[in-house]
Design a protein around this ligand. Structure first.
Ligand code: KMH
Ligand code: ZN
Length: 271
């Protein structure tokens, strides 16, 4: 089996310091969390940024400042800016994270509209998805196809058919938001993508480590981090993203899967 790519989603747009005081807002805090994850074994940092008061932003300037500061501390880590941003942001606003210098090698591409809890709806029309895919292709950015249910794989395949994606594709199955986070559903997702694609699984909340273990066993890759889960175990808040990554590294070791360095992750992802 190829080595395991661990992605750390260190910040997100939704969780707050009220949920866990270690959730990062400032540039210093974002760098601290990125470094803790990188030092623990994450090769990919999935990045959202905030204003100092915690408000989510897709500002190009804020992304540039955070990316430059992370780059100074985390050597060759693969930085993966979010183009999802936060619910309610416009497409133009969301795409700013891809306008930084140098152009990111990797970024998320959300492949459908979904219920995001309560009254929140995260809107991604077909035209938004195709437009984001086209822009990423033009800029040479590899998309991580964020799919929250099976229909989103089908929408990604429409983009592929239009020539907007470059194979091999890479998917992130985000399970536990709209689709349940079970091994049955994960297997269905894995069986629904084109042969030769790579995939990561992100289990939300208490499903984070179950899904990471499934990803390790099934030959996929694993995402953890405060964006998805704030707890190291039931009732115990993680003190850093690094603690969450360390737990996945331990699982990988127990299950006999080696962890990829950023250089090895680039090879696996073909970026
Ligand atoms: N914050 C969510 C609305 C992504 O990063 O591309 C979108 C999200 C997905 O987190
Ligand atoms: Zn995200």
């Amino acid at each position: 089996m190829e080595k395991l790519i661990i992605t750390a989603a260190i910040c997100g747009a939704e969780v707050t310091k009220e949920n866990n005081p270690a959730v990062p807002y400032t540039i210093t805090e974002i760098v601290r969390e990125a470094k803790s994850a990188y030092d623990a074994g994450a090769s990919v940092i999935h990045l959202h940024v905030r204003e100092d008061d915690g408000t989510p932003t897709q500002s190009k300037e804020r992304f540039q400042a955070c990316i430059d500061a992370i780059r100074a501390e985390c050597g060759d880590a693969i930085l993966q800016p979010s183009t999802g941003g936060a619910v309610g942001m416009s497409d133009m606003e969301r795409l700013q994270s891809t306008e930084v210098t140098p152009t990111p090698e990797f970024a998320t591409l959300d492949c459908g509209t979904l219920n995001f809890g309560g009254d929140e709806i995260f809107i991604n029309s077909d035209n938004t998805i195709f437009n984001f895919a086209r822009i990423m292709k033009e800029r040479g950015i590899k998309p991580e196809l964020e799919v929250f249910d099976k229909g989103m794989i089908d929408i990604a395949m429409k983009a592929d058919k239009k020539g907007l994606l470059v194979r091999p594709l890479h998917f992130d199955f985000v399970l536990g938001v709209q689709m349940t986070a079970t091994v049955r559903d994960l297997s269905f997702m894995v069986g629904s993508i084109p042969p030769g694609s790579t995939w990561t699984v992100a289990g939300i909340g208490r499903h984070e480590f179950e899904m990471a273990a499934a990803g390790i066993i099934m030959g996929g890759h694993a995402r953890v981090g405060f964006e998805d889960n704030l707890y190291l175990e039931k009732g115990v808040l993680a003190r850093s993203n690094g603690e969450l990554v360390e737990k996945v590294v331990k699982l990988a070791k127990l299950l006999g899967r080696e962890v990829a360095s950023p250089a090895e992750a680039r090879g696996i992802l073909r970026i």
